[in-house]
Design a protein around this ligand. Sequence first.
Ligand code: SF4
Length: 353
Amino acid sequence: MTSPPAKVDRQIAMVLDLNKCLNCQTCTVSCKKLWNQDAGTDYTYWNNVETLPGTGYPKHWSANGGRNDEGGVKRGRVPNVDTEYGRAWNFNHDQVHKRQDGKKGLKVWLRPDGKERPKWGANWDEDHGEGSYPEDNHYFYLPRLCNHCTHPACLDACPRGSIYKRSEDGIVLVNQDRCHGYRFCVEACPYKKVYYDTQRQVAAKCIFCFPRIEEGEAPACARQCPGRLRFVGFVDDKEGPIWKLVHKWKVAIPLHPEYGLSPNVFYVPPMSPPKLDAQGRPTDQPRIEPAYLESLFGKDVHQALATVEAERAKKKQGQSSELMDLLIAFDWNENFRIPVQDSAEKDPLDDRP
Ligand code: SF4
């Protein structure tokens, strides 16, 4: 059986509006540059953005772990670095940007450096999607990070007690001093958001930029997002965007709620234009299959989409809509409500086992 849920005083959370994601990967790059460029983690992306329908990162990551019917941890598997994550490779930047021979006019294309051609990597199937042009071709983007779950499978899977939730904000962290690198956490997380540092031989994962949170700053992925699609705050803050989107309007819902981990990252599901009939006229069917969205977000996705569509229609008719104003994010500062933590009172790592 599972251990009792880790008690936290408050829980921080993130909402991502999938109707606004550009797939620019600014979030991915800002996270990567800030936290993990070491040789042992160069294949990892704490934040990634994948194209759906598609294979995802790591390839076909879903349903490899989670919880069983009794709430216990389900063992999953550790993805393969070569065939499922894909190894990092270098590009021929020097050839392209700094030609040594002084010649001009000969175009050198940007391509992977060296003889070994990459065979797989994150976003290998970027923008492929599904369907046929022009009737029903479609895809959308899904940014993913650790969900800082209320019932983390990674935490329960660790025999060393190295994974813990901070009491002041519920952020899930790894105490790498205790970690022996068994990788049970990598197996158990069905979102595949714990990674293995192959050099230091310990688990490594998204830390929700906790040093920034303590200073009242949003995580780098959220702060750098030019689409203004990320909201950050505490779930119990009734004046904040998280409570309004998750509990009041019920348009932000977790990814794969059936895994049983109670994620604290929520998504506003994507709307889609209508399919076309044989004469090229719009039908009343959306391009993204509702059943597909239900397989990702559960049954609540239908009501969430209906609410967003109804509020959008109101706004188009010139009526006011608190929900639309929130999602449009006229004032970006209001996407984030993160009080500065009083770090003088408490060492931020006090909860560390
Ligand atoms: Fe742990 Fe995975 Fe949940 Fe993050 S998403 S808390 S790594 S189980």
